[in-house]
Design a protein around this ligand. Structure first.
Ligand SMILES: [Ca+2]
Ligand SMILES: [Ca+2]
Ligand SMILES: [Ca+2]
Length: 454
């Protein structure tokens, strides 16, 4: 607009007006009131009047320029101010978005600070409840644990090893992976996602020893050499002065072994009893037992009253006497099963002595148990390191001679059957084997030979 004003007022030739002074005096000056100035600008300029007022026309042009510039400034400023003060409406709020964008990061549900590691368990104890287990218990002192770890070390190791992981709030554990008669050290650690607690106190346990295995029935070791198959070994024949190459040394019609078993002399004319022949001697314990043993053998009382004694053959083998308690007066088989749990009852054999004492033979077939009131008389054949049973018939002879105080003997009458391990009177080399207590067959009947003891 300023340019337009300048162009319309400029065409007046200023040089032509200045030299004509007379024309200047006669010229009519039209003053346009301020309020009509805008309209005057639009009117067509009269060539005459313009010629006559060149100077006034130049001052008005400058003013118009100034006003135009001012208007322009005002206009630009106003527009700028308008834009500035309405920037939010025009361009949207520029600043909030970044603020909104920042806010989520700060107000977003930030994960709660991780819990501290749990408290350590306390009061750990370890107790061996059996040879194969240790029972652990402790106090749960943590409320943020996700589980427990049980660790163990043995006496000869310093490093703990993990043995199990347990759920939260656990307070006990049964360790079944231990060995008998061993020492174990334990500790327990609580843990969560943050970390682990300090270990608990260390607890130590010594596992119990394994119980002795229940006796099993085993075949009898081989008998010692019996050259003439008369039921006593060559060593026994020698012990009694009998002939190891003659089954009937005294020629009385009875086998040497059968005579010794039944307490008769194999070298004396029947009926010569062993005791009267001087081949055996009587021993006794003050507790109330007595028996015959070969004269050459010795006895030691391991208990003053004879509740424990050992008969020494001088050949390695020993014969052990022990008197054991049976306070509840149990039947001897029940007493045995209570003493040796796990024993197969069928491995216990019936026993009856020539004196009528009934008892059992243990699974080893080398130990005899005879009930005696509230006691049990135990007589064991201890082979020592001997590989052969050299004195089985003598062992039987000693038991057949046994007398227990207060327990009357009822001698088995001849002809009622053979006793366990009795040599057959008429069958050289034959021995009557014992039968199980679970068998219906009585000990002293059903045998295949008849006793013909003199
Ligand atoms: Ca013989
Ligand atoms: Ca003989
Ligand atoms: Ca004979």
């Amino acid at each position: 607009m300023g340019d337009q004003i300048t162009n319309q007022t400029q065409p007046v030739p200023v040089q032509a007006a200045q030299p004509q002074a007379e024309a200047q005096a006669s010229a009519v000056i039209h003053v346009i009131p301020e309020q009509f100035y805008g309209a005057a600008l639009k009117t067509k300029i009269n060539p005459e009047s313009t010629e006559g007022a060149p100077q006034a026309s130049g001052g008005k042009s400058k003013l118009a320029i100034i006003i135009g510039v001012l208007l322009l400034i005002i206009l630009v400023g106003g527009a700028g101010a308008f834009v500035y003060f309405n920037r939010d409406a025009l361009f949207g709020k520029p600043t909030p978005p970044p603020v909104v964008a920042v806010q989520p990061t700060t107000t977003k549900p930030t994960p709660p600070p991780p819990p501290p590691p749990p408290n350590a368990p306390s009061n750990l104890t370890a107790t061996s409840t059996s040879p194969q287990s240790v029972s652990l218990s402790w106090t749960d002192a943590a409320d943020s644990e996700t589980g427990y770890r049980v660790e163990r070390r043995t006496g000869d190791r310093t490093i703990y090893e993990r043995i199990t992981d347990l759920p939260p709030n656990s307070t006990n554990f049964q360790d079944g992976s231990v060995q008998a008669s061993s020492t174990y050290y334990y500790r327990v650690i609580a843990r969560n996602d943050t970390g682990e607690s300090e270990p608990s106190n260390e607890a130590v346990a010594v596992t119990r020893p394994l119980p002795p295995p229940p006796p099993k029935q085993e075949p009898l070791p081989p008998a010692g050499l019996d050259t003439d198959s008369d039921g006593i070994t060559d060593l026994e024949e020698n012990l009694f002065g009998a002939d190891a190459r003659n089954p009937d040394s005294d020629g009385d019609g009875f086998l040497d072994g059968n005579e010794v078993f039944n307490l008769y002399s194999p070298v004396g004319k029947a009926p010569a009893k062993l005791l009267e022949s001087g081949l055996v001697k009587e021993i006794n314990g003050s507790i109330g037992w007595s028996m015959l043993i070969p004269t050459k053998w010795t006895v030691s009382m391991d208990a003053p009253d004879g509740s424990a004694a050992a008969i020494d053959s001088g050949h390695g083998e020993k014969f052990l006497i022990s008197v054991e308690k049976n306070e509840n007066n149990l039947p001897v088989a029940d007493w045995y099963l209570a003493k040796y749990p796990g024993t197969d009852k069928s491995t216990l054999m019936q026993y009856r002595s020539k004196g009528g004492y009934e008892g059992i033979i243990g699974p080893d077939l080398l130990t005899t148990y005879i009930p005696w009131g509230n006691r049990i008389f135990v007589f064991k054949y201890d082979m020592g390191k001997q590989p052969f049973i050299n004195f089985r018939t003598v062992y039987s002879m000693m038991l057949n001679s046994l007398a227990l105080k207060g327990l009357p003997q009822e001698m088995v009458p001849a002809g009622t059957g053979q006793l366990p391990f009795e040599p057959a009177a008429t069958q050289p080399g034959a021995i009557t084997q014992p039968v199980s207590i679970t068998s219906a067959t009585p000990t002293v009947s059903g045998t295949n030979a008849t006793s013909s003891t003199p």
